[in-house]
Design a protein around this ligand. Structure first.
Ligand code: FAD
Length: 440
């Protein structure tokens, strides 16, 4: 890379420029409302709170804090939304991974947990409206059933929604109705939930980042946190500067390796998505006329939806850990064709992957590494919703209210020996096991 500035480049600048990455070549990066260009951190700054990581967790934390008049800085190693937040399926699904585990040890907080499972949706909807964020937010979602036991699970969920008297439409679909709604006979039933939906995640993340900046937050890109010094104040250093703050929040999720006591407690599971070329009106009418987001119930799951410009975005697992678009497309397209053989001649325009943090105990990992250093990560596949809840919880606990924080902080997942070096191999073995379980 050529350095065009007139001043000579120094070694620290070189470190940042060398390691910082641009967005992966996803459909989202190609259709982002704009390319962010926040500065690199240079020099020593002071803030109330320093947030490490510019995905949904970090940006949502920063925005909530800025709304509450905190002076907040965000350090992002690459670009805002560069990680899972700018690459995911965009499915806005209520619920918290490991929810049942939380209720098993404390059934008395069922109402609180129920409110929390929808809180991320409320925050997103309010922000989209209030800050006028253009992110294709649309409601309409179905959980599909592949086996009879899945139909029973959907029936139980439908009963739960009815009992709670939720303010949106929800109904079970028969096999014939599912086939009519999704243009495939791959499923034997479904639960339609109009309170869930889908959105363009990178545009949401960028919109929230800009909202935080409009309230005074300072965002730095290409500014990886490389060191944390603890004390009454916490000092977070990058290659070219530092932020001294009353509090720090670690929000690097599966991409964070600075604090091993946080990153060693989950499996880094890769998930992949392909985006077709835009489909014709006729094709749309046959495969998804109601524009639902769709998720199957398997451990090794598949999920899909239409983008605003009518591409099919189809996600799932690959037996692969890299980023080669051809390899990803060659593995995912056959699986898409099992659901929609009529799309055989459709071109795949984009293929990309990202890493999901899945803790052993499945419960999102929220906690603290020091009295003034908090972390929040590892939401398994439920991040779009739960990261927004988590941002609010981080802001609450910094403000001295720990009720929701405490629900999660007691579920510290066990440390996984060797996960930093052998994570991919462990995940491969786990997926063989879970893939077999899905077949039962
Ligand atoms: C392919 C895929 C599909 C998914 N689909 C869905 C879905 O449809 N619905 C759903 O709810 N969830 C989904 N998820 C999960 C969801 O995307 C994540 O749970 C969520 O985005 C996590 O957000 P985050 O901010 O915690 O982490 P990330 O978005 O990964 O952000 C972490 C950020 O921290 C930065 N960082 C790391 N270390 C440092 C450091 N030392 N200094 C500075 N910055 C640092 C990284 O560069 C990164 O930008 C999916 C995930 C993937 C990968």
């Amino acid at each position: 890379m050529l350095h065009t500035s007139a001043s000579p480049i120094n070694c620290k600048e070189l470190i940042n420029m060398h390691f910082a990455q641009e967005h992966t070549s996803s459909y989202y990066a190609a259709s982002a409302n704009r390319v962010t260009g926040f500065p690199r951190l240079k020099g020593d700054m002071r803030a109330d709170v320093c947030v490490i990581g510019g995905g949904f967790t970090g940006i949502s934390t920063a925005l909530t804090l800025a709304e509450r008049s905190y002076n907040v800085c965000v350090l992002e190693a690459n670009r805002i939304g560069w990680g899972a937040s700018g690459r995911n399926g965009g499915q806005l699904i209520a619920g918290i991974s490991g929810e049942q585990k939380i209720l098993d040890i404390d059934p008395g907080i069922a109402d609180l947990v129920w409110d929390m499972r929808w809180r991320g949706h409320e925050i997103i909807q309010q922000r989209v409206e209030h800050y006028e964020i253009d992110c294709d937010l649309k409601y309409g979602y179905v959980d599909v059933a592949i086996k009879p036991r899945h139909v029973s699970d959907l029936q139980a969920e439908e009963n739960r929604l009815a009992k709670r008297d939720v303010p949106f439409e929800h109904k079970l679909l028969s096999q014939a109705e599912t086939c009519e709604a999704l243009g495939t006979d791959a499923y034997i039933g479904a639960l339609q939930i109009m309170g869930n939906g889908h959105l363009h995640p990178l545009n949401l993340c960028i919109g929230e980042a800009e909202a935080a900046v409009s309230l005074g937050a300072q965002l730095y890109e290409q500014s990886a946190a490389m060191r944390i010094d603890h004390g009454d104040s916490v000092r977070v250093s990058t290659a070219e500067g530092s932020i001294t703050a009353d509090f720090a929040v670690i929000a690097g999720n599966a991409y964070q390796s600075l604090v091993k006591s946080v990153s060693g407690r989950f499996f880094p599971v890769r998930s992949y998505i392909i985006a077709t070329e835009p489909l014709s009106e006729e094709q749309l009418d046959t495969i998804n006329p109601h524009d639902f987001a769709v998720c199957d119930p398997n451990f090794v799951l598949e999920y899909f939806r239409l983008s605003a410009d009518k591409r099919l975005l189809f996600g799932g697992r690959c037996n692969y850990f890299g980023d080669d678009q051809k390899v990803i497309a060659s593995q995912l397209k056959p699986r898409m064709l099992k659901i929609y053989p009529q799309l055989r001649d459709i071109a795949i325009d984009y293929a990309w992957g990202g890493t999901i943090a899945v803790p052993m105990n499945r419960v999102p990992q929220l906690g603290r590494t020091a009295k003034n250093v908090f972390y929040s990560n590892a939401y398994a596949g439920h991040g779009v919703n739960v990261t927004h809840l988590a941002g609010e919880i981080m802001a609450d606990v910094i403000g001295g209210t720990a009720e929701k924080f405490d629900v999660f902080s007691r579920f510290r997942s066990t440390r996984i020996p060797g996960v930093t070096y052998f994570g991919n191999a462990m995940v491969s073995m786990g997926l063989i096991y879970y893939g077999l379980k899905d077949k039962w």
